[in-house]
Structures are given as C-alpha cells and as structure tokens.
Design a protein around this ligand. Sequence first.
Ligand code: IMP
Length: 200
Amino acid sequence: MNFLLASGNAHKAEEFKELFSGILNISASPQTLEVDETGETYTENAFLKAKAYFDIYKIPTLADDSGLTVEGLPDILGVKSARFAPELKSYEDKCKLLLQMLSQKKSSRTAYFTCVLCFYLAPDEVFFFEGRVLGKIGDELRGSKGFGYDPIFIPDRKEDNGMSLAELPKWKNEFSHRAKASQTALHFFKESMDKSHKKP
Ligand code: IMP
C-alpha cells in the first residue's frame, strides 16, 4: 500500500518511513501545503491535513497531528503545541521558555505526547489511530536527536535514568506516541488484508 505523507516535517517523514518500513510505502509530498489547523482536537486537525493533500493529489494520504500536554500548564500546548511562542523561531528557545515557565510557577511537570494518525484512503474511507507516551518535563535540555520538545521530555521507562527522548532515538522509534499509533494502524490494516484474502 502506498501513502502520501501530508506533512512537510522531514523529521516526521523519517520516523514514519522507519515505522512502516517494508509494510506501507510512505512517500514525501512533492509540495508542502499550508493547512490551517483550525480544529479543536488532534483528530480534527489530522483530518484537515489528510483531506487537503487528498483533494489535490487524489491518492491515499497519511496525516498526523500531535502535541505535548504538560499538567502544570493546561492552557498552552496540547493541540496548540505547534503554535506555542511563535515569536521564537527555534525549538531550543521554545524548550527553554517552557522550562522557565514551569520553574517560575513550580507547577507539575507530568506530561505526555499524543499523536493521532489519519489514513485518508477515499472520502468514505477514513481511519484514525491514537497513541500516547507518558513522562515528565526535565530540568534542562538533553540530547541532540529527534526534534521539537524531545530534549526536555523524559519518558517513563523502567530504566529511570532521566534520559530525554532526544537521547533515545531507538526507544522512541518503538515506544513513542507516533510509534504506538502506527503499530495500532499496522495491526488494523494487516487484519483487514488477511480478512479480504480469506474471502471465498
Ligand atoms: P504538528 O506538526 O501540527 O503535529 O505539531 C506538533 C507539535 O508538537 C510541534 O510543535 C512538534 O514539534 C511537537 N511534537 C510532536 N511530536 C513530537 C515529537 O515526537 N517530539 C517532539 N515534539 C513533538
């Protein structure tokens, strides 16, 4: 199965290629579309992105919408994560600002990433899958892999050594919000294909 990735984010494209490697063929879009993320949920935004690319290219499309929720800062981030502190151009600066806000307020650092995938095969065939990874916000930026808020996110793992997602690319590929949503999607598509092969 071939899908066009409805995103211009090269990091996400890399993650998806690895996550679906050998099973689904994910191609980068020839052009990045500016899609207004006006939805109030990850599901609505993932749908808006997938539909926008499908309407132009008329081929099955995969979109994701994701974000970081921090318990102590309930009114920012979440579904609006990509629009946090737009005056700051680098994620390094956005991460530093978040750390500053958390230490000033002494708020809860418990956090999680959410990802919703939208597979838009046709207007009447649209599927959604969700994944989460739980953790907390660390005290400093750590690591150079990944993207976005990875350097300040410490996932809950049994080896509780404070490593951030930006230091754990292999772990991230197996257990991240995007990995979990992708695994659920793969399971679903595999079952559907098995069922259709079994039909007399
Ligand atoms: P989206 O591209 O509209 O889904 O925006 C998601 C926002 O959450 C962006 O600010 C991303 O940097 C951030 N984000 C989503 N997934 C991750 C991740 O895996 N690591 C770090 N930041 C992420």
